[in-house]
Design a protein around this ligand. Structure first.
Ligand code: GLN
Length: 503
């Protein structure tokens, strides 16, 4: 069937339309993507089970046959391996959880399943979502489909690689300090981290609970909007930090904008009146010239769409790195204390007594980066250092959040690069944790503030590698971000480019 040959070039929206029109079945679509996943060489997947996926697809076909027409019904996706799933093992990229089977699904996973999405399995990531290059996975690094000698970004590296290579039309990711936006940027796909609390954290293996947030990764803003509409919403019984705000339909306005797009001259400046703020700290010498060039041309495109650019000040941007790398490890050291070899997770084979069992199980189960963060976290929380490090970091975190509020009095959306460079070579930063931490400079501050942010494909830089434009919104402004990204994507085709060799 000739249509099947290019099914993987279709996004979520187009696939759903074909399924709803009965032009293809979910089983056919699922089988097509499963075949691609089976032969993937990118290290994107950690777990698959064709029988389980096809069973999901059959169930979707039954719903379709019964006349149900919901926007995601029958469309495949895969989950970052920090979401617990009943149907597939969940490892969080760690040996600590090798072969772990959860007795329940994460809320985000069950919401997407209820919406009719078909899970193709679990995606590689940095151990406990700690990293910026997917090299901290205990299993194998994921590779960037634009150049397989390079990292796909992290920690949602498997999600990004798989979507960019069209192994799946969409994926879930999690973002604690940039892990949706940065891999999206480095692989040329679209990703959104919603406002902290917008999606339930129930069933997400915890890294830093005051920062962790789930979000969709797909090729377009419209596809992200479709997924986020299903993922978001309160879950107060199970995650008391989930926002008590009703779920929002993020997609309908975007679809309407697409329909009114063609040939309407009044629509030439659809973003007239929108102000985009450019923090001078995001455009300094720390950003590589090729990245700046792509970001600036994307902003020039926004001006054509009617946007006014203004300069804003986020004076504490530099401090976001030390602040984040105190707070995130502090929370991680507490969260990871549950892995003691007793209830679940790795237990050492030989030990002399209980303390020895704890020590050996944890030493064997955790990789270097998780161990490093547990040590830093325990240190900054310990008596005598708590005030000097942890409390001080919390105070600066508050100031960082206030600076954003000041900036948002002058603009609607803040924009800049996502990552200071394009994707680096696998191995280049592996031995240097600080070099990895510094690469997070543009994503950490909005995470600390709990703000929504996204990465939108904006062009290419050194080595022909993708560059993302970051859009940061005020609290609860996901719809505005997605709308602005969608307008950009109707005017450009960066998000449609595909890596050669991804077939
Ligand atoms: N790169 C950051 C870190 O290593 C962010 C990770 C994330 O967002 N999960 O902590």
């Amino acid at each position: 069937m000739s249509t099947n040959l290019d099914l993987h070039d279709l996004g979520v929206f187009e696939l759903a339309a074909k399924l709803a029109a009965g032009q293809v079945s979910s089983v056919e679509v699922t089988q097509h993507f499963l075949n691609r996943v089976k032969s993937e060489q990118l290290g994107a997947f950690l777990a698959t089970d064709a029988d389980v996926s096809l069973a999901h697809a059959k169930a979707a076909d039954v719903r379709l046959a019964a006349g149900e027409r919901t926007p995601l019904l029958g469309v495949p996706l895969a989950h970052k391996d920090v979401f617990v799933t009943r149907d597939f093992a969940t490892t969080a990229g760690s040996n600590m959880l090798a072969n772990y089977r959860s007795p329940f699904d994460a809320t985000v996973v069950s919401k997407l399943a209820q919406a009719g999405m078909v899970s193709l399995g679990k995606l590689n990531c940095d151990e406990f979502a700690m990293g910026s290059g997917n090299e901290n996975s205990a299993y194998f690094p994921a590779k960037n489909p634009w150049d397989t000698s390079r990292i796909p970004g992290g920690s949602s590296g498997g999600s990004a690689a798989a979507v960019a290579a069209r192994l799946i039309p969409a994926a879930t990711g999690t973002d604690t300090g940039g892990s949706i936006r940065q891999p999206a940027s480095l692989t040329g796909i679209t990703g959104i981290k919603p406002t902290y609390g917008r999606c339930s954290r129930f069933g997400m293996v915890a890294f830093a609970s005051s920062l962790d947030q789930a979000g969709p990764m797909a090729r377009s803003a419209l596809d992200c909007a479709l997924l986020l509409s299903a993922m978001a919403g309160p879950d107060l019984d199970r995650d008391s930090t989930s926002l008590d705000m009703p779920a929002v339909d993020y997609a309908t306005d975007l679809i309407a904008a697409s329909l009114s797009h063609h040939g309407d001259s009044a629509q030439k400046q659809p973003l007239k009146g929108l102000k985009i703020g450019l923090p001078k700290q995001f455009f300094g010498a720390g950003c590589a010239p090729d990245v700046l060039l792509a970001v600036r041309s994307a902003l020039a495109e926004y001006e054509k769409l009617g946007v006014t650019l203004v300069e804003v000040d986020l004076p504490l941007t530099e401090l976001s790195i030390p602040v984040y790398y105190v707070i995130a490890p502090a929370e991680a050291s507490s969260n990871l204390s549950r892995f003691d070899g007793v209830r679940y997770g790795h237990r050492a084979a030989n030990y002399t007594d209980l303390t020895d069992m704890y020590k050996k199980s944890r030493s064997e189960g955790f990789g270097d980066e998780a161990t490093r963060r547990i040590m830093i976290g325990a240190y900054v929380l310990s008596h005598g250092y708590y005030d000097a490090y942890y409390l001080k970091a919390q105070k600066i975190r508050r100031l960082i959040a206030q600076d954003f509020q000041t900036a948002f009095t002058q603009c609607d959306i803040i924009a800049g690069p996502v990552s200071p460079t394009v994707a680096w070579k696998i191995g280049d930063k592996k031995a240097d944790p600080v070099a990895n931490y510094l690469a997070d400079i543009y994503t950490l501050s909005s995470s600390l503030a709990g703000l929504p942010g996204m990465s939108v494909p904006a062009g290419f830089g050194e080595g022909g590698m993708p560059v993302g434009l970051q859009l940061i919104g005020n609290y609860f402004k996901e719809a505005q971000l997605l709308g602005a990204a969608h307008q950009f994507q109707m005017a450009t085709d960066w998000h449609l480019r595909k890596p050669e060799g991804s077939v």
